[in-house]
Design a protein around this ligand. Structure first.
Ligand SMILES: Nc1ncnc2c1ncn2[C@@H]1O[C@H](COP(=O)(O)OP(=O)(O)OP(=O)(O)O)[C@@H](O)[C@H]1O
Length: 486
């Protein structure tokens, strides 16, 4: 559909672009990325024919753009530049209708049904129909931007060139416009080339990305091929981190600010852990990085408060999320800053152990209810519903763990717990074999993220050794306490 061959060019004697080549197939969405001044808009101007390249050429449908008349070119492609102003005072409807000019055959040509349909559809798609008779100068920046997008869509060409289409738009309208453009690409075969400043939006919506650096192509390919951490850091000269998007297989970027670290040391002490009547509590005035399978705020996050709450054995678990949230509010915990677990074990039976490691102290806190213990390898043979009868384990580390170390710490802790069950001869009475867990065990690994980075958390690492020993010893003790109370 669009092909750029070895384009070089710029303004008068200033060369900006050097040897840029790429192609976009019909029905694809290409995003152009790069830092300020790298030549994104200049490239768009050359592709659209507004600026002549000093060498190289641009083909649309295999034909050099210079071979098209300006009317033919306007029917082939629509350009929405970065900065646009209405030439004279006009209504939204009149502004959008300008998009139809390339389809009019002469000065007195009449307004066709197709023209009317295209203008109405474009106004509806961009949600500006309600402003149809309003003068454009009375609209907000974001509303104006949507009107110009409507004008571009009304032109009904096969190729749409956009320069930062979501400029001025709030997140709902960014989503609305990009969803709509994406739909035109996927359903109707529209081809789109767009400059983006927002790397995450480009990654989410584009099929391919072109990353520019100082007038050249640094990378071209699918988002996961272009958005590579060191490459983005290098080109934008900014510290960033890439993560997976929660729903789409598209990388997403987070800026890592270079703010000065607070001077105060963040250290978890034994005094921070308290056994109260209804829960075991760890309350801090700084957050820990946490990975957990808790009832409230499971997953990966940063939290300052932690509770392991004792509930009655007949607790109704059907509405556990709502009930737990209300409990946190009633007890004065911030729901967005608290991780919560539940157990039927009395809080006075909680085992708290402290280990002094080379990198800092590690705390292991366990409550063990083993009435429901199960052998994971035999579980498929039995029908079972969820009960409160569970082993809850917290591992709180004064140290800095990588993501790998967090996951390995979870594995190490689980293995140590299973070994404790084995040594204590905890049985699964359904299958009459040694149990490996209960069906509802919960685990939390939390770290201050201060001090030297610990890359791994397996059994032979410094942190893994403490976790292995600590969880084994604390679980054994908690099981013995539970049995005494039987
Ligand atoms: N009309 C012009 N005459 C001379 N130089 C220009 C002109 N327009 C842009 N430039 C220069 O060309 C270079 C590339 O500009 P361009 O607008 O293509 O960058 P960009 O990547 O789109 O930047 P931004 O992200 O800031 O919009 C810049 O150094 C700019 O100053």
């Amino acid at each position: 559909m669009l092909k750029a061959n070895n384009i070089s060019g710029g303004y008068d004697t200033t060369p900006i672009l050097k040897n840029i080549s790429f192609s976009v197939s019909k029905g694809k969405f290409l995003g152009i990325l790069g830092p300020n001044g790298c030549g994104k808009s200049t490239l768009l101007k050359i592709i659209s024919g507004l600026l002549k390249p000093t060498s190289g050429n641009v083909l649309i449908d295999e034909v050099d753009i210079n071979k098209y008349t300006s009317r033919q070119l306007a029917q082939k492609m629509t350009v929405l530049p970065q900065l646009h102003t209405a030439a004279f005072s006009s209504t939204v409807r009149e502004t959008v209708s300008i998009g139809r000019y390339p389809h009019q055959s002469g000065f007195f040509s009449s307004w066709s049904n197709e023209d009317e349909h295209s203008v109405m559809k474009a106004m509806e798609q961009t949600a500006v129909k309600k402003f149809e008779h309003t003068f454009i100068e009375y609209l907000s920046g974001g509303e104006k931007q949507r009107v110009f997008i409507a004008q571009a869509l009304a032109q009904s060409s096969d190729l749409l060139l956009l320069d930062e289409p979501t400029n001025h738009l709030d997140i709902a309208h960014q989503k609305q416009i990009l969803d709509m453009i994406r739909k035109e690409v996927t359903d109707n075969g529209l081809t789109v080339v767009s400059v983006f400043h927002d790397i995450n939006l480009a990654s989410l919506y584009c099929d391919e990305l072109l990353l520019m650096e100082k007038g050249t192509v640094r990378a071209f390919g699918e988002p996961h091929e272009v958005l590579i951490e060191h490459q983005i850091k290098d080109v934008y000269e900014a510290r960033i981190s890439l993560q997976a998007h929660p729903e789409q297989p598209k990388p997403q970027m987070t800026i890592l600010p270079d703010v000065k670290k607070e001077a105060s040391e963040k250290k978890v002490l034994r005094d921070h852990i308290k056994i109260k009547e209804e829960y075991v509590e760890l309350k801090l005035n700084f957050p820990l990085r946490v990975l957990s399978s808790a009832v409230h705020n499971a997953g990966l996050g940063w939290y300052s408060n932690f509770i392991n709450r004792t509930v009655k054995a007949d607790y109704n678990i059907d509405k556990v999320k709502e009930e737990f949230l209300q409990y946190l509010l009633d007890e004065g915990f911030s729901p967005t800053n608290t991780v919560g677990m539940m157990t039927a074990v009395d809080t006075k039976n909680a085992v708290i152990k402290q280990y002094n490691a080379s990198f800092g102290d590690v705390f292991v806190i366990v409550t063990a209810g083993i009435g429901n213990a199960i052998d994971v390898s035999q579980a498929y043979k039995h029908e079972d519903s969820l009960h409160i009868g569970t082993i809850n384990t917290w591992v709180v580390i004064n140290g800095k763990l990588s993501d790998e170390a967090f996951v390995q710490a979870m594995m190490t802790a689980t293995e140590a717990k299973t070994k404790a069950l084995q040594q204590e001869k905890v049985y699964d009475f359904r299958s009459n074999s040694i149990a490996t867990s209960t069906p509802t065990d919960s685990l939390l690994v939390a770290a201050t993220q201060q001090g030297p980075l610990m890359q791994y958390g397996g059994p032979i690492t410094d942190v893994g050794k403490v976790i292995g020993r600590g969880v084994f010893e604390a679980t054994k003790e908690a099981i013995q306490i539970y049995r005494k109370g039987d």
